[in-house]
Structure formats: structure tokens, C-alpha cells
Design a protein around this ligand. Structure first.
Ligand code: PMP
Length: 384
């Protein structure tokens, strides 16, 4: 199987598995216990914190271990909104991009239903954030702006520095969902201009169910889960094996990132060139700065599920941004936001490469596209 779905998740690296098993076997005591086994687990936690912080460019004190990016993002948003409202009741608005992860958009919907004013910043046809619109929306009543570092469907990079300047000029805070940047870009929380940042271990060959929320020094963010762990910012006995695996994944990422980025960029270009040679293919975000690993296309107007099913039978696993429900495929909110119609927004196929992807994998993928997808492209679809 050729796995080209690294934006969904990645295979845990061997050193990650080793450190996790080791932690399960040896550091199983509660890090809050004062006895020696507990203190051993506590030392592991402190060591892991230093290693994760090193990759993310934050201090250990700024790092809160969570159950993943969804929890980190939710804690960031609810905490920042509460903090702003405490100081100024008129500062209640949350502004986020229209192409955020569905988890964050679902939270926006829930908060809107409960009375929080929420605005979405549009994107252009290339998936780039509409900065003038952002400027108009980020006013003095805005408590928080949320922006992803890179879009998970298209790989389009977002203008974090510019939006940070806008948010801070308006007295608002900036939350960055950096889930798709980790392992695919150099991450530097200190230099990013973000006040809050969410990251997930399983996108960089770490385990699922663990991630980090970075909280800028001096920001007294209230936690979502009450309790004294993580400096009172995240209650609950720490997920020591998961955190150990996260640290191993960060070390491994740091060691090979520069090489991985170069290799992935070259392979992505090879894949893009091959796909663009197929008549009727549209490459989303073609003119935008994008992650080095992500290629999102549609083949004419062929439904993504049909394409993906055929590719899977040919040994290539990729994915669509569109959500599958019992009622069928829902169009991708990202592609809709880019101005695609509903049918075209159901046709997006995302290939996301990883550090294990080889040139042979790309050649095989392109051959599979020629064999099983191209024959489906009717002349009228190709004209669309
Ligand atoms: N944000 C983005 C941009 C993502 O791609 C994902 C993972 N699909 C998440 C958040 C959620 O991460 P987690 O699975 O760790 O909750």
C-alpha cells in the first residue's frame, strides 16, 4: 500500500513505539506521587517537556500537554474568550477563518448558538486568506482571532504574522492551529506572533491522543479541565506514555526536518507535474504558498469517493476533504469557501506525502491515476 494521507495521520516512528513501551513498563507510577517511582515518572515528564518545547520554539513553562489539537484549540478559544470578557464585557467577538478545521468551526457554531458573536474571514479562489476582509472584521470588540498555520485540505499557508499584527493592534489575542505545520515546517512559537498555539503528536509520527497547547508567558489562561496538573492549566493524571512518544517524535522530527522538507518538496513537484498533465485536472491553491507535502486536486468533476475507491484498489490510499455522512458525501467547506460549486467541492482528492514517501511511490501513484482514473474522465467533464 502506498500511503498518501499523512495530513490525516502518520505512522508512529519506531523510536516512538520504543519510548512508549518503555514508559508503560517503567514509568507507570503517578507523577504527582512523592515516592521514588512517582518521582521517576515526574522526571520523564520534565524531560519530555524540554524535548517537545525545543521543537516548537517555546519554553517548558509555556507548554501544556493535552489530549491533542482539538482539546488544545478548544481550551485556547474558551479560555481566551473568558479572559477577555473578564476585563471588558464589550470584548466578546471571535473571528476565525472560514477554512479552519471542522472541529473549530463546530465550536464556533456552538458558541454562536449560545450568543457569542462570531465572524468568518473569507479566502480567495486560491485558498489564501482575504487580508483586507480580516482587517475589516478585526475591530475593538474582538477578543480572539483564530487562524490555522496551514490548511489541512489544500496545504495553503496562512499569513500568521500579518494577522498577528492586526489582532494585536486591535487589542485582541491570536490563536494559531499549527497542527498541519508540525513536521512540515519550522515551528517557532516565540517568533510566530501567536499568543496561543495548538499542536498534535500524531501528525508528526507520534501517537494519537496527545498534543500540546502553547500559552504565551504571562497569559493566565483558565484551563478547561480543573485540577492541579500542568500548573493548574490541565487537570488529570498525565498521559506519560503518550507524552514520551510525543517527545521521541519531536526529537526525530528535529533531526531530519531539513532533509525531509527538501525531499517532500521535490516529490510533491513530481506528483503535481504528473497530475497537471492529466486533462481536466484542477490543482487547488496552485498559485498559493503551500505545505511541501500537500497536493489537492479534482479530476474534472468526478466524485472524490469514486476516485479514491479506484485508487485504493490500485494500492494508493489518499483522502478527500469532503465529509462522508450516511446521506452521502458532503462538499468540502474549504473548497466551497474557495468559490467551487457543490459538485466540484465534492470532487477534491488530497494526496499528502510523508517523510517515508519515495519517488517510486509517486511514480506508482501517477501510473495508477492513468490506469484507473483517466478512463473515467468524460470529454465534457474534462472541459469543466
Ligand atoms: N486541526 C487541524 C488543522 C487538523 O488537521 C487536525 C487533525 N485532523 C486537528 C486540528 C485535530 O487534531 P487532533 O486529532 O489531535 O484532535
Amino acid at each position: 500500500m502506498i500511503y498518501l494521507d499523512h495530513n490525516a495521520t502518520t505512522r508512529p516512528a519506531p523510536e516512538v513505539v520504543t519510548e512508549m513501551v518503555d514508559a508503560l513498563e517503567r514509568a507507570w507510577a503517578n507523577p504527582s506521587s512523592t515516592h521514588e517511582p512517582g518521582q521517576g515518572a515526574r522526571r520523564l515528564l520534565a524531560d519530555a517537556r524540554t524535548r517537545v518545547a525545543r521543537l516548537l520554539g517555546c519554553s517548558g513553562a509555556e507548554l501544556v500537554f493535552t489530549s491533542g489539537a482539538t482539546e488544545a484549540n478548544t481550551t485556547a478559544v474558551l479560555g481566551a474568550l473568558a479572559l477577555a470578557a473578564e476585563r471588558d464585557v464589550a470584548r466578546r467577538r471571535w473571528v476565525l477563518s472560514a477554512v479552519e478545521h471542522p472541529g473549530l468551526l463546530a465550536l464556533a457554531e456552538r458558541l454562536r448558538e449560545r450568543g457569542t458573536p462570531v465572524d468568518l474571514i473569507p479566502v480567495d479562489a486560491q485558498g489564501r486568506l482575504d487580508l483586507p476582509a480580516a482587517g475589516r472584521l478585526i475591530g475593538p470588540d474582538v477578543a480572539l482571532v483564530s487562524l490555522m498555520g496551514a490548511n489541512n485540505e489544500t496545504g495553503v499557508l496562512m499569513p500568521v504574522a500579518e494577522v498577528s499584527a492586526m489582532a494585536h493592534a486591535a487589542g485582541a489575542r491570536l490563536h494559531v492551529d499549527a497542527t498541519q505545520l508540525a513536521g512540515k515546517a519550522v515551528l517557532d512559537f516565540a517568533a510566530s506572533g501567536a499568543d496561543l498555539m495548538g499542536v498534535s503528536a500524531h501528525k508528526l509520527h507520534g501517537p494519537k491522543g496527545v498534543g500540546a497547547l502553547l500559552v504565551r508567558k504571562g497569559l493566565a489562561l483558565p484551563g478547561l479541565l480543573a485540577g492541579r496538573q500542568e500548573r493548574h492549566r490541565r487537570g488529570g493524571t498525565e498521559n506519560i506514555p503518550g507524552i514520551a512518544g510525543f517527545a521521541a517524535a519531536c526529537d526525530r522530527t528535529a533531526a531530519t526536518l531539513a532533509d525531509d522538507l527538501m525531499r517532500m518538496t521535490a516529490l510533491r513537484q513530481q506528483l503535481e507535474a504528473g497530475l497537471l498533465a492529466v486533462p481536466g485536472v484542477k490543482l487547488f491553491g496552485q498559485q498559493a504558498a503551500r505545505l511541501p507535502n500537500t497536493v489537492c486536486v479534482r479530476f474534472g468533476r468526478l466524485d472524490s469517493e469514486q476516485v479514491l475507491g479506484r485508487l485504493a484498489r490500485a494500492g494508493v490510499v489518499a483522502s478527500s476533504g469532503a465529509a462522508c455522512t450516511a446521506a452521502g458525501t458532503q462538499p468540502s467547506h474549504v473548497l466551497l469557501a474557495m468559490g467551487e460549486d457543490a459538485e466540484a467541492a465534492r470532487a477534491g482528492v488530497r494526496f499528502s506525502l510523508g517523510r517515508e514517501t519515495t519517488a517510486a511511490d509517486i511514480a506508482h501513484t501517477l501510473a495508477a491515476v492513468q490506469r484507473v482514473v483517466v478512463p473515467l474522465l468524460a470529454p465534457e467533464a474534462m472541459a469543466a
